[in-house]
Design a protein around this ligand. Sequence first.
Ligand SMILES: NC(=O)c1ccc[n+]([C@@H]2O[C@H](COP(=O)([O-])OP(=O)(O)OC[C@H]3O[C@@H](n4cnc5c(N)ncnc54)[C@H](OP(=O)(O)O)[C@@H]3O)[C@@H](O)[C@H]2O)c1
Length: 251
Amino acid sequence: MPDQRVAWITGAGSGIGRALARRLAEAGWAVAASARTARDLDALAAEVPGRITAFLLDVTDEKACVATADAIEANLGPIDLAVFNAGSYFPTTAEDFSVANFRKTVDVNLMGEINCMGPVAPKMVGRRRGHIVLMASLTGYAGLPTAASYGATKAALISVAQAFKPDFERFGVDISVITPGFVKTPATDKNTFPMPFLISVDEAVDHILRGIDKKQFEISFPWQMSAAIRLLASLPNWAKFAITRRMLPRS
Ligand SMILES: NC(=O)c1ccc[n+]([C@@H]2O[C@H](COP(=O)([O-])OP(=O)(O)OC[C@H]3O[C@@H](n4cnc5c(N)ncnc54)[C@H](OP(=O)(O)O)[C@@H]3O)[C@@H](O)[C@H]2O)c1
C-alpha cells in the first residue's frame, strides 16, 4: 500500500503507547510498535490484524534503535510520524538517593528518545517531511517530590522540543511535545499518592490524536492539571515549597 502512512510508536506494549498504536492502526496507519516485551506486542498486533508490526527494542540500546528505524523503513516504508513514548518512573527521595536511579532514568526517558530520534531525524530532514513527537510530562514544569530524576528528564525533553521546533521546521519536519498530567495506565496504577484530575488512557489518546492531527507544538492535558502545574511553577519559592512539602511521602 504505497500511500499508507507509517507511524513508529515506542513503548507501545502498554498504557498510552499501546492505546495510541491501536487507534492509529484502526485509522488506517501502518504502525510499527516497539517495546521490550514480545507478548505485549504480539497481543497488540493481533487486535488490528495486518496493521501493526512488532519490533522488539530496548530504547537504551543506541545501535538497536538505528537498526529498528532502518528495519521499519525497509518493511513498512518511510516513517511519517514518530512518537517516542517509552519511559518509566523510578521514584527517588532523600532517604534512598542513588546515582544509579538518575542514570537509569536518564538512559530510558531522555537518551531513549534521543537514541530513536537519531536515525529518524536525518531521514525526515532528507525527505523534507515528517513529524517527531516527544513524550514529556507536566512534571517537567515543576520539581515535585519523588520525581527528581523523572522530572529532570521530562524538563529536558520539553527543552529539546522547544529548541528543535523552529530549526526542524525549516526542513519541513514538525516537532511536538506531549505534556500529560495523570493518566490511568499500568505505570500509574502503582502510585500510592493522590493523582488529581486523573484521566483514562482513551481520553489521553483523544487529546494526543487531535494534537497530532493539528500539528500542535505542545499537546498538554487535562487542562485543569496543566493550569495547576503552570500556576505552581510561577509561584514564589516560599509558596511553591509550602505546597510541595505536602506532597512528600509520609515516613
Ligand atoms: N501515565 C501517566 O500518568 C503519564 C503522565 C505523564 C507522562 N507519561 C509518560 O508517558 C509514557 C508512557 O507512560 P505509561 O503510563 O503509558 O507507561 P507504561 O504503561 O508503563 O508503558 C511504558 C511502555 O514503555 C516501554 N518501555 C519501558 N522501558 C523501555 C525501554 N528501556 N525500552 C523500550 N521500551 C520501554 C514499556 O514496555 P517494556 O517494559 O515491555 O519495554 C511499555 O510499553 C512515558 O514516557 C511516561 O513518562 C505518563
